[in-house]
Design a protein around this ligand. Sequence first.
Ligand code: MN
Ligand code: MN
Length: 474
Amino acid sequence: MTEMADEKTKAEALREQLLYKKKSVFETMSGTDVERAGEYADGYSEYLFRAKTEREAVKISVTMLENAGYLPYTLGDAVIPGGKYYLNNRGKALFAFRIGTEPINNGVRISAAHIDSPRLDLKQHPLFEEEGMGYLKTHYYGGIRKYHWPTIPLALHGVVTKQDGETIEVNIGEDAGDPVFVITDLLPHLGKAQGAKPLDKAFAGEGLNLLIGASPLLEEDGTPADGSDSVKLNMMRILNDKYGIVESDFMTAELCAVPAGRPVDIGLDRCMIGAYGHDDKVCAYPALTALIDSEDSAHTVICVLADKEETGSDGTTGMQSALLTDLIGELSDALDGNAALVRSRSMCLSADVNAAYDPLYSEVFEKRNAAMLNSGVVLSKYTGSGGKYSTNDASAEYVGKIRDMFTRDNVLWQTAELGKIDEGGGGTVAKYIANENIDTVDLGVPVLSMHAPFEVISKLDLYETYKAFLAFCK
Ligand code: MN
Ligand code: MN
């Protein structure tokens, strides 16, 4: 061996200096980090199991915040530097924030994720029976591929407000021993005509009816009740026994069918998690835990967990509501700041997932600008479709600031677009926050089978995302 063998050639040195090469987490993470990432993923899986709907996500998030010393806050309340608060918006969206020690006029740091996921809501008149079988009619919520939903176990989650004003929680299908529900499908033997239809036409929204039972009400002597609707009557009797509700209460309910069961490890190496609802709890959880874990930060940090993202962010609990602006206004007033100035100096990470490159469907991706699994957290300068239509396109300067934070804290990150140009597209809450004059960029975890009842993420990407939010909070 000569000394020359250890020296880089000119080309090698220049290649390292001048060219970008996407790295994988396995090149950058230490053994301890991988171990920590595994433990972090366990905490996330438990959160995810308990947060299938936005209401459940708010509930478990509030518990985590209270355990960390956060206090309930209502608009107009006094706040103090170092104080930790949460604003529960109608039980469906949440603003958790810690007041910094620096002047509020320096701006605040906002991470905004959403906690609603695509699912099947029940209609207001859902219950019917047909040939001895009882069903609930659904109206799908968010972007689903309808063929995903038949023949998988489904659980019923949600709330019912009764005539007397009491709101009760419903959860059937998650506890050991609970029954589950299902949407049936044709057998292949009779599926010829259905199979010839285009994928998006083969299943109709009105066909997604939940099978919930198949036995009639029985009289005291054990004989089936006479008259019509005795199966429906039996289903209502069971629900009434358990929850004290009557059929008209469905009109004042928010019930939905979601995939039943717990998140599970995927792969022989257990390096991935398969579950319902990664979009967007896989960003909500790191955003929230990073807020809780960054106590020594001088900045005022706000973590927003929004509802209604999957249906366009409208309404009181969606990101288009005035509440974030109102909250910043209230905090600015309370801390002798100027709200408009505060917003203009604030920074936001719109925390949402991106599509992970899938080699089985390579035709829809542009490989050089796709998010790779196990290559860290994904930063998307813009989303939208049809020529960057309807997007917040973050400025080079702002993306540069975020890049600097990540570099200093050894966060492995990559940039990506959602698929090939004109292949489709999508949006996030980023534009609604940016429209309030707050610098915003999209950041999140790459997901395989996004919006399916069973989505897949990498544990190490999740951990890099947590590190990214930590870097942003401090
Ligand atoms: Mn999302
Ligand atoms: Mn989504």
